[in-house]
Design a protein around this ligand. Sequence first.
Ligand SMILES: C[S@@+](CC[C@H](N)C(=O)[O-])C[C@H]1O[C@@H](n2cnc3c(N)ncnc32)[C@H](O)[C@@H]1O
Length: 228
Amino acid sequence: MIARLRELRYTLIGQTRLLGGMCLQLAEDTFGIKIPATRFFLHSYSYFFRDTGDFEDALVRRYAEVKRELQVLCVGCARGQEPYTIAILCDKLGIPVSVTAVDRSPQAVGIAREGVYDLDRERSNARNSRGEAPVERIDAHLRWFEPAPGGHRIIAPIRARVKFEVMDAGDLPFDGDRDLVFARNMLYYLPPAKLEDVVRRLKRALCPGLGVESIITDPITKRKGLVR
Ligand SMILES: C[S@@+](CC[C@H](N)C(=O)[O-])C[C@H]1O[C@@H](n2cnc3c(N)ncnc32)[C@H](O)[C@@H]1O
């Protein structure tokens, strides 16, 4: 069984150039094949302060407009670095925020809920990234972490601002109450029919009057024009 899954995974990697569990997710989403072992192959890659230049202004602008606690939805939150980054930046900027963060990977969400990170690994991931150089930003925000067994834990007031749920983007139930929706580095993995449904759900989550400019994505999603 494991050998056959491995074979399927390598075939998909070869044909799609997608790594690890994303291939099996693609098989599930495209062909409706439910593979119980998909979660063992998932690799929910992210790192702290990833491309924050793409959304810092949006947080500040929206808060200036509404002057109340911002309601943020973070879809494909992986191991929690992105929603915690949002909560840390808001704390620093004096913006009250409540973040709902969802991912289809139970493992990733488990790690996110714990909120404990190996900061050397985070620095190394940040260093290997092609985006902004957020290594210095990790070191500039150490006061939002505290030493803990296994690494550094996000401090309690920041953890209290983020609620995690295991959820597929195809099941998003949010309706008209989100100031900003994050869907970064995940939409381009979805097959067309599912993508269309997910984008509809992302839009529906936004407060009345807000449009696609309030959906924060990534350079690949923008280049492909996936959110319109
Ligand atoms: C490459 S990570 C991106 C993490 C973070 N958004 C970032 O930009 O750093 C993609 C994440 O999206 C999640 N994901 C992929 N398809 C999903 C879906 N249909 N519903 C929910 N999460 C999904 C994966 O499990 C993975 O954790």
